[in-house]
Write a protein that binds this ligand. Structure first.
Ligand code: C2E
Ligand code: MG
Ligand code: MG
Length: 612
């Protein structure tokens, strides 16, 4: 059996084909074949089945070897293509080879046929192998490329994820940094950042010899805004204040929210006090501009303390502390102003600190006691009322008069507790006297400006009355002129409500403040009390005489009762009698006494014993 060989003949002569087949069989092949003689037939045959070789005549009536080569190329097949032809010229043979034929066999030399075919088949097989190898290699390359592409994409994805993660971290860090160094409400630097910048500024100033100013600013009565209008209004107010502050300083200066309603400002490279003063004035002015929040028109003022480096402190802590001390001084001076730190403030503030902590303890330990001093009708000599006066029974220092601790307790707001305590004690005492059958007398309690400003003052008084069961007609409140000078609308409103309860209102130490007569007329007042400082001068000072006389006349024309305080002599009493003063209060008649002593005296002198 010969080697199978699938031949496509491109030949117009079946005889020639037979000849070739014969030759091949002789050469050991077992050929199968088809013969075509047109391009289209060749095309069909190439498509229809597989071939091992193409044997083509050189020229045919309707086709040629060159055409057949083209057709083969078009089919994309890589088959050995051998031209078998009669004698043709050298030129044609070369052209055919150039066109892609693998060999050229002369019909008169068919002996070459089999060896050429053998060789071409081997070559073709080689080529095929190479092609396969190349394809495999290509595929391998392709998959490698794909793999690389996939890996790269995956890597890029991871990279992107990593980048995003890093960014997220950076953002978080940024946020943490922000929260650590900025105030979230106002977006101002916070205390930490301020301290950092201050320390930096001081280190710099230490080298250059520059002056650094530290301002400590506190809003006046901010708590009242928060308490009455709520925290959201308070927050908005703080934001507005922050903006106003920022607008007052230069880029290189720092304004920080230190705490609550406290702001600190760092001014760098300031040379003259005038420069600082002009900035501080600008700030005070900016802050006190009216503002609208949620339909409320608000006014807020601020107090500023100033400490300078190096004069007022070597380090940040000392400067801040001293600026704070100066700020408190500014508040004491009546608020809405500024104070430069002076060293005497420090001593005062230290004493105050000691006293303040003692005061707080005194409240806890109930060291406050109430004394009572009678008010006497000048015409009848009868006791018509009492004034309650607080004292501090200090464990070491003995009895301390209110003058010594009231200013401090006002500044620290402890006064509110003290006043409430006194009010409560008085109501309990008064009720127990009444229950014991003594003639009911009206007792007046002093209410400080701070206490009066408490938004819930009226409710507080009502609750004390209710708890103690005292009839409001036997309670009086003594307020100072200063109160009237504050928020007029609120003051009138509170006074009206207290008045409606039946509580008697007296203006204490009349003439020492600066009440406007206009408002005096608008207030529901029962009494004016003339300060003992005018009364004490009656005998010696013509001015005091005039003042006392005119206050009495004023009270009479406004239909208020008028009381003179601090009567120590008969002469003073006589003068007051002449002027038709209604009531008097003073050592001449009776000193302030503790409740128990007062009761004893009352029993002895049958003062309180009306109904007994
Ligand atoms: P004030 O309300 O004007 O009380 C009258 C002051 O004159 C009292 O001083 C009283 O002891 C004193 N005084 C009365 N008669 C005479 C006299 O003949 N000669 C002299 N030299 N003084 C006389 P005190 O008790 O030291 O109180 C001083 C001020 O402290 C009071 O003045 C009042 O404004 C305030 N105060 C007293 N108790 C309270 C309180 O419970 N709350 C508040 N917020 N303030 C109070
Ligand atoms: Mg009084
Ligand atoms: Mg008085």
């Amino acid at each position: 059996m010969g080697k199978p060989l699938r031949i496509l003949f491109v030949d117009d002569s079946p005889d020639d084909v037979e000849l070739l087949l014969y030759e091949l069989r002789r050469g050991g092949y077992d050929p199968t074949f088809e013969r075509v003689e047109t391009a289209s037939a060749m095309k069909t045959m190439l498509e229809r089945q597989s071939w091992d070789i193409v044997l083509s005549d050189h020229s045919m009536p309707r086709f040629s070897a060159i055409g057949a080569l083209k057709q083969l190329k078009l089919s994309g097949l890589d088959l050995p293509f051998i031209i078998v032809s009669g004698a043709i010229g050298e030129d044609l043979a070369v052209a055919s080879m150039k066109a892609g034929a693998h060999d050229f066999i002369m019909k008169n030399n068919l002996a070459r046929l089999v060896p050429v075919i053998d060789r071409e088949l081997i070559d073709a097989a080689e080529r095929q192998k190479c092609k396969l190898a190349e394809e495999t290699l290509n595929k391998y390359h392709e998959s490698l490329e794909r793999l690389v592409a996939e890996r790269t994409a995956a890597l890029m994805e991871t990279n992107e994820a990593l980048r995003m993660e890093i960014e997220k971290h950076a953002r978080m860090e940024e946020q943490i940094r922000y929260i650590a160094f900025y105030d979230t409400l106002t977006s101002l630097p916070n205390r930490t950042l301020f301290n950092d910048r201050l320390a930096l500024a001081l280190a710099h100033a230490h080298r250059t010899g520059e002056t650094v100013a530290v301002l400590f600013l506190d809003l006046d009565r901010f708590k009242a805004v928060n308490d009455t209008l709520g925290h959201s209004v308070g927050d908005q107010l703080l934001r507005i204040v922050a903006d106003r502050l920022k607008s007052c300083i230069r880029e290189e200066d720092t304004v920080a929210r230190f705490a609550g309603d406290e702001f600190t400002i760092l001014l760098l490279g300031v040379i003259q006090a005038e420069h600082i003063i002009s900035i501080v004035r600008k700030i005070l002015y900016a802050i006190r501009q009216p503002l609208m929040i949620g339909g409320h028109e608000l006014y807020i003022t601020s107090s500023i303390g100033i400490a300078l480096y190096p004069g007022d402190g070597e380090d940040a802590e000392a400067l801040l502390k001293n600026a704070d001390t100066a700020m408190y001084d500014a508040k004491e001076q009546g608020r809405n102003n500024y104070q430069f730190y002076t060293s005497s403030m420090h001593i005062r503030s230290f004493e105050k600190m000691v006293l303040e902590s003692n005061l707080r303890r005194a409240l806890d330990r109930e060291e406050f006691v109430v004394y009572y001093q009678p008010l006497v009708s000048i015409s009848t000599g009868q006791i018509v009322g009492l004034e309650a006066l607080v004292r501090w029974r200090h464990p070491d220092r003995g009895l301390i008069s209110p003058e010594e601790f009231l200013v401090l307790s006002e500044n620290t707001r402890l006064i509110v507790y003290i006043d409430e305590l006194v009010l409560y004690t008085v109501c309990v005492q008064c009720k127990s006297w009444q229950d014991a059958g003594f003639q009911p007398l009206c007792v007046a309690v002093n209410i400080s400006a701070h206490t009066f400003q408490q938004p819930n003052l009226v409710e507080m008084v009502m609750s004390v009355l209710q708890k103690t069961g005292l009839d409001p007609h036997f309670l009086g409140l003594e307020i100072t002129e200063g109160i009237a000078m504050q928020d007029i609308e609120t003051t009138i409103n509170k006074l009206n409500r207290l008045n409606a309860l039946g509580i008697q209102i007296a203006i204490d130490d009349f003439g020492t403040g600066f009440s406007s007569l206009y408002y005096l007329k608008k207030f529901p007042i029962h009494k004016l009390k003339i300060s003992r400082h005018f009364v004490s001068g009656i005998e010696t000072d013509l001015h005091d005489q005039l003042i006392v006389a005119s206050v009495i006349a004023l009270a009479q024309s406004l239909k208020f009762k008028v009381v003179a305080e601090g009567i120590e002599t008969e002469e003073q009493l006589n003068f007051l009698k002449q002027q038709k003063c209604d009531e008097m209060q003073g050592y001449l008649f009776c000193k302030p006494l503790p409740a128990e002593e007062f009761r004893k005296m009352a029993v002895r002198d049958i003062i309180l014993q009306g109904s007994r």
